[in-house]
Design a protein around this ligand. Sequence first.
Ligand code: XIL
Length: 298
Amino acid sequence: GTTLGQSANERGRYFGAAITVGKMNDGTYMGIVDREFDSVVAENEMKMDATEPNQNQFNFTNGDRIVNYAIGKGKKVRGHTLAWHAQQPGWMQNMSGTALRNALINHVTRVATHYRGKIHSWDVVNEAFADGNSGGRRDSNLQRTGNDWIEAAFRAARAADPGAKLCYNDYNIDSINPKSTGVYNMVRDFKARGVPIDCVGFQSHFGTTIPGDYRSNLQRFADLGVDVQITELDIEQGSNQANAYRQVVEACLGVSRCTGITVWGVRDTDSWRTGANPLLFDGAGNKKPAYTSTLNAL
Ligand code: XIL
């Protein structure tokens, strides 16, 4: 293929990008998105603060702009994200207990229902595990509603949109470490008990290098019977960014249940990681060496 999406497609994968409504009138930006990617995800527009700014008053305007663009262009859409400790609306931030649990389930149900049939994979829960060596959950208002909040969110998402793949998504789970093993144990438990989970998203926000056990870590999750996806890829520009991107593609292609890759932005100037130049296109929209190595590895 001659584009990332086309080439990934020939390998039975998708290749997506995070996009934002605020740039949808930037011709250079949209020209790249139109041409290169066969999947998109909203960088912020489907998060809890965006979709439910006031309790039980939902706003899908910006999320719909992204979904309708994608449908019009025949692109797939990832959903990000139904439940997260961050970017919660103000009204939710200080809630607790049964009221918060009920608000969470209502949120998951209403948002997943609105987008039913249009999302190929939902990040149902984002970043619920703690950094460091505990292997346990991150403390948050959601976690304090009870350890079963994650499975409750997944069950509500399945009921609302039975056709979407339901993912758990996190960072620093890209290698074999206590945090990724904590997630691994949760996924194994969910599969054993019939909690609906279909995929794990590996954010893959990398420094200048890729963990040596990246592929084997993806494989151990796939061996639990879930798909794996690389969901927020960006790699700090160092001496060998092109090689690092190639390694990521090779890791995904090396795991049959790795179904796709999403980069977290389009041009370096669009990245949330200021100064890292971690993406595939430079600020002018030109293809970087990392673009070429990614395309060639697909
Ligand atoms: C980031 C966005 O890129 C920024 O625009 C926003 O200000 C903060 O969130 N992990 C995630 C993403 O799951 O939602 C985050 O996106 C990046 C880290």
